[in-house]
Design a protein around this ligand. Sequence first.
Ligand code: PMP
Length: 284
Amino acid sequence: MIYLNGKFMPIEEACIPVLDRGFIFGDGVYEVIPVYSRKPFRLAEHLDRLQHSLDGIRLKNPFGNDEWSHLLEQIITKNDGEDQYIYLHITRGVAKRDHAFPQVPPTIFIMSNPLLPPPAELLRSGASAITAIDNRWIRCDVKAISLLPNVLLRQMAVDVQAIETILIRDGFLTEGAASNIFVFKNKMLLAPPKSHLMLPGITYDVILELATANQIAHEVREISEAEIRTANEILLTSSTKEIMPITKLDGETVGTGKPGDMFTQLHTLYQQYKATHMRGNASH
Ligand code: PMP
């Protein structure tokens, strides 16, 4: 069951007009929210980021946070699975094709799908990634539905059986095509600083909070391409993939070629944090 413009319905019955600005211009924003034990994870943070994205495209938030929360509760109840991921999408609505903003109601679409844990084999052995020049626009902090560069960049990885494309802009790491990237080098966990050049990942924040709370030495600073290529470990994070070890980069072995101790420690801490959330007493 999905939600579209005020109604719940089976996805097969959901239709939008061809003049929707999401279809015509990619004029909209979205969020992906993981749900564990039927509870949205870090909901306040996802709704804050949604507001930031809406502000970034000058579109009014159609709902307050309580209304969003209530809608999401209903979507979760109407769908199968204890663990789900919610996809929430808002476009500037349906209007005669013209770049200028129309005065029409937005299109609001929400769906939920089962959320499966990352494959155990990937966590045991690690995954391959490739690098590419980050050729996206310079508002990557906005979670815009116009994802053509991300689609093309991600496909480059799929074409060579890698799981992600790690992006480099002007010699420095930004993020993955659909994830954030951390580097572990010389006993230091490194994270690129948030800016208009990357999406402020909710999982990225959780990892930095866990690092602080557990006295893991870390630095938020620019990471050069050379540092990525000589890393002891590379870690990928996202709401649906959680935290994953990258053990091959552009065909070269990363560190020992096996998931390292930093991955193991952060993965364990992340699972513990999720368990706290599921018991209902996480701080978020
Ligand atoms: N960067 C990009 C470009 C993404 O698409 C995603 C996944 N939504 C992320 C980072 C990770 O963000 P989050 O941890 O909030 O899923």
